[in-house]
Design a protein around this ligand. Structure first.
Ligand code: HEC
Ligand code: HEC
Ligand code: HEC
Ligand code: HEC
Ligand code: HEC
Ligand code: HEC
Length: 441
C-alpha cells in the first residue's frame, strides 16, 4: 500500500511537471490545433476512464466531467493565466488579481483581450457637483464563469443581448471547442471529423491542410452544431471565421502594431449567440455584406489622426479599427492571402484597397474583454481619446485633471487599454475612432 501511495505521489509530481505545461515551457504545444492531451484538462489519475464520468456528467472529486478546475473555464485558466506575470506572455489571456492592483491594468495584450478587465470597476465624478458615474467591470466584456479565479456570472445581462444564450453557462468552452474537433480541409470545407488534424491553422506560419491532413479552425472556435454537452441547447448555426493571427500576437503595440488578418464570417459567428444583431435592429452595419464603400474606404485610408487626413492606402491600417478583407472562402488560396497579411512588425499596413473589405463586430469590439464598456476597442463613451497636458503635448487623460475623459482610469490604464500606443501617435484631443471611417473630425 505504502509503495502504491509513493508511486501515486511520484506519478502526481510527474504529471504536474508534464501535464501542467508550465509557462516556462511555453514553446510546448498543447492543443496543436485539435484536442489536447486529455490529462491536461481531465484528472486522469482519479479514474482510468475519463469517458465514463464524462458521459453521466457526474461529480468526481467535486468537479463535473472530471475536470482539473472546478468548472470548464477554471480548467482553461489553469494554463491560460499565470500568477506573477507583469508583461504579455504568449497564450495567456488573463492577469492574476495580485498583478493588477488598483490603478494598474491587466497586462496581456492579445487580440481577444485580457479577461482581467472584468474585475476593474471604475467610478468618477465628471465635474464638481455632478453625480458619480460608473463603469463596472462586468460591462467590459464576456463574463466567463471561472470560480477558481474569481470570475463570476454577469449580474445584469441574463442572456446574450440580441439572443438567448444563457449567461449562467458562459464559459471559454461556449466559444472554443475544448476538444478541438472542427477542422479546415484542403478542399476549403470545415468538418468535425475526417482527415486528422496535423496542427494549428491559426497562424501565418501554420502549415496548409493537404490531401492527408486537416488543420484546426481559427482559434479552435466552435463550428456549425457546436454546443457544450453541459448546455445542450443554443447550438451554433454559423461556422468559424476565416482569419489568421501573426505568430507573435500577445505583445505591446508601443512601436509596431499586431495585425490579425480577418477574412470573413466573424460577425456571422458572433450572431450564433447575438442572433438579432445582424439586421436592421443593431446600431451599425456589420457582416460579410457590410462593405466599406468608396467614401468609407477613402476615409479609412487617408485618416491618420484628428486633423491629419494625409495618409495613404499603403500605411493606413490601425489595429484599433480592423476590418475584414472579404476573402471568399476557406480555401488555401484565401488563407495564403491572410497569412501574408498577418504581421506584428508593421511590414504590412495596407488599408482597404480592393473594394471588398467589410465592417465586422470585431471592427469595434474585442472578443474577450477590453478596458472599455461593451468590450470596445476604444472608449465608445468618450468624445476624446487624448487630451493636452501641462507641457502642451498629447497625453492620456489624468483622472484628477480630466475626470470626464479619464472615466476613473489612470493614464497608465488608458494607455494599456490602447495596447500601449503612445498618446503622441494620436495627437492632442484625438476624437473618437469612429472617425477612422467617417472622418467627421
Ligand atoms: C482543453 C481542455 C480539454 C481537453 C484537452 C480535453 N477535454 Fe474533455 N472536456 C473539457 C471540458 C471543458 C468539458 C466540459 C464540456 C461541457 O461543459 O459540456 C469536457 C467534457 C468531456 C466529456 C463529456 C462531455 C462530452 O463532450 O462528451 C468527455 C467524454 C471528455 N471531455 C473526454 C475527453 C477526452 C477523451 C479527451 C482527450 C482525447 C479530452 N476530453 C480532452 C475539456 C477538455
Ligand atoms: C495544459 C495546459 C492548457 C490547458 C488546460 C488549456 N490550454 Fe489552451 N493552450 C495551451 C498552450 C500551451 C497553447 C499554445 C500552443 C497550442 O496552441 O497548442 C494554447 C493555445 C490555445 C488557443 C489557441 C490555439 C490555436 O491554435 O489558435 C486557444 C483558443 C486555447 N488554448 C483555448 C483553450 C481553452 C478554451 C481551454 C479550456 C477548455 C484551454 N485552452 C485549456 C495550454 C492549455
Ligand atoms: C464569446 C466568445 C469567447 C469566449 C467566451 C472566449 N473566447 Fe477566446 N477567443 C474568441 C475569439 C473570437 C478569439 C479570436 C480573437 C481575435 O483574433 O480577434 C479568441 C482568441 C483566443 C485566444 C488567442 C489569443 C487572443 O486572445 O486573441 C486564446 C488563447 C483564447 N481565446 C482562450 C480563451 C480562454 C482561455 C477563454 C476563457 C477564459 C476564452 N478564450 C473565452 C472567443 C471567445
Ligand atoms: C457562445 C455565445 C456567445 C458568442 C459566440 C458571442 N457572445 Fe457576446 N455575449 C454572450 C453573452 C451570454 C453575453 C452576456 C453576458 C456578458 O455580457 O458577460 C454577451 C455579451 C456581449 C457584449 C456586451 C458586453 C457588456 O457587458 O457590455 C458584447 C459587446 C458582445 N457580447 C460582443 C460579442 C462579439 C463581438 C462576439 C463575436 C466575436 C460575441 N459577442 C460572441 C454570448 C456570446
Ligand atoms: C461600428 C462599431 C460597431 C460594430 C460594427 C458593432 N458594434 Fe456592438 N456596439 C457598438 C457600440 C458603440 C456599443 C455601445 C452603445 C450601444 O449599446 O448602443 C455596442 C454595444 C454592443 C452590445 C451591448 C448591448 C447592450 O445591450 O449592452 C453588444 C452585445 C454588441 N454591441 C454586439 C455586437 C455584435 C454581435 C456585432 C456584430 C454583429 C456588433 N456589436 C457590431 C459598436 C459596434
Ligand atoms: C471600419 C469602418 C467603420 C467604422 C470604424 C465605423 N463605421 Fe459607421 N459605417 C461604416 C459603413 C461601411 C457604413 C454603411 C455605409 C455608409 O453609410 O456609407 C456605416 C454607417 C454608419 C451610420 C449610418 C447607419 C445607417 O443605418 O444609415 C452611422 C450613424 C454610423 N456608421 C456611425 C458610426 C459610429 C458611431 C461609429 C463608431 C462607434 C462608426 N460608425 C464606426 C463604416 C464604419
Amino acid at each position: 500500500m505504502k509503495t502504491y501511495i509513493r508511486w501515486m505521489q511520484l506519478c502526481f509530481i510527474v504529471s504536474m511537471i508534464f501535464l501542467k505545461y508550465d509557462p516556462c515551457l511555453a514553446e510546448v504545444l498543447f492543443h496543436s490545433g485539435g484536442g489536447g492531451d486529455c490529462g491536461g484538462c481531465h484528472t486522469i489519475h482519479s479514474s482510468s476512464d475519463p469517458m465514463t464520468a464524462g458521459v453521466s456528467g457526474s461529480q468526481f472529486e467535486g468537479n463535473v466531467y472530471l475536470l482539473m478546475g472546478s468548472d470548464p473555464s477554471s480548467t482553461c485558466l489553469n494554463c491560460h493565466q499565470n500568477e506573477g506575470e507583469t508583461a504579455p506572455s504568449s497564450y495567456h489571456v488573463s492577469t492574476a488579481d495580485a498583478n493588477m492592483a488598483a490603478g494598474s491594468p491587466p497586462v496581456q495584450l492579445t487580440p481577444g483581450g485580457d479577461f482581467g478587465w472584468l474585475k476593474k470597476n471604475y467610478s468618477w465624478v465628471p465635474e464638481v457637483g455632478f453625480a458619480t458615474e460608473t463603469s463596472s467591470g462586468e460591462r467590459h466584456g464576456h463574463n466567463i464563469i471561472a470560480g477558481d479565479f474569481g470570475y463570476v456570472q454577469d449580474s445584469t445581462h441574463t442572456v446574450a443581448p440580441g439572443g438567448t444564450y444563457p449567461s449562467a453557462n458562459l464559459h471559454c468552452s461556449s466559444c472554443h471547442d475544448p476538444h478541438g474537433q472542427y477542422r479546415r480541409n484542403s478542399e476549403g470545407t470545415i468538418t468535425v471529423s475526417g482527415k486528422p488534424i496535423k496542427g494549428s491553422g491559426s497562424y501565418s506560419s501554420s502549415a496548409d491542410p493537404d490531401d492527408n491532413f486537416a488543420v484546426g479552425v481559427y482559434r479552435l472556435l466552435g463550428g456549425v452544431g457546436y454546443t457544450p454537452r453541459s448546455l445542450g441547447t443554443n447550438a451554433f448555426v454559423n461556422g468559424p471565421p476565416a482569419a489568421v493571427a501573426p505568430d507573435i500576437y500577445n505583445r505591446t503595440e508601443a512601436t509596431a502594431q499586431t495585425r490579425v488578418a480577418y477574412g470573413r464570417d466573424m460577425s456571422e459567428w458572433c450572431v450564433n449567440c447575438h442572433s438579432s444583431y445582424l439586421g436592421a435592429t443593431h446600431l451599425h452595419p456589420a457582416g460579410n455584406s457590410a462593405r466599406m464603400d468608396v467614401t468609407i474606404a477613402d476615409n479609412y485610408n487617408s485618416y491618420i489622426k484628428t486633423g491629419d487626413l494625409s495618409g495613404s492606402v499603403a500605411n493606413s491600417y490601425l489595429s484599433l479599427v480592423p476590418f475584414e478583407e472579404g476573402v471568399h472562402d476557406h480555401t488555401v488560396v484565401s488563407y495564403n492571402q491572410l497569412k501574408a497579411h498577418a504581421r506584428s512588425d508593421d511590414s504590412f499596413l495596407m488599408g482597404t484597397d480592393n473594394n471588398r473589405s467589410n465592417v465586422s463586430c470585431i471592427t469595434c469590439h474585442r472578443a474577450h474583454a477590453s478596458g472599455w464598456d461593451g468590450a470596445g476597442r476604444y472608449n465608445f463613451k468618450s468624445e476624446f481619446v487624448t487630451v493636452i497636458n501641462a507641457s502642451g503635448i498629447a497625453a492620456y487623460p489624468d483622472p484628477s485633471i480630466n475626470p470626464e475623459v479619464a472615466m476613473g482610469r489612470t493614464a497608465v490604464e488608458t494607455q494599456k487599454a490602447y495596447y500601449d500606443r503612445p498618446a503622441a501617435k494620436f495627437g492632442v484631443y484625438q476624437r473618437t475612432l469612429c472617425n477612422k471611417c467617417h472622418a467627421k473630425d
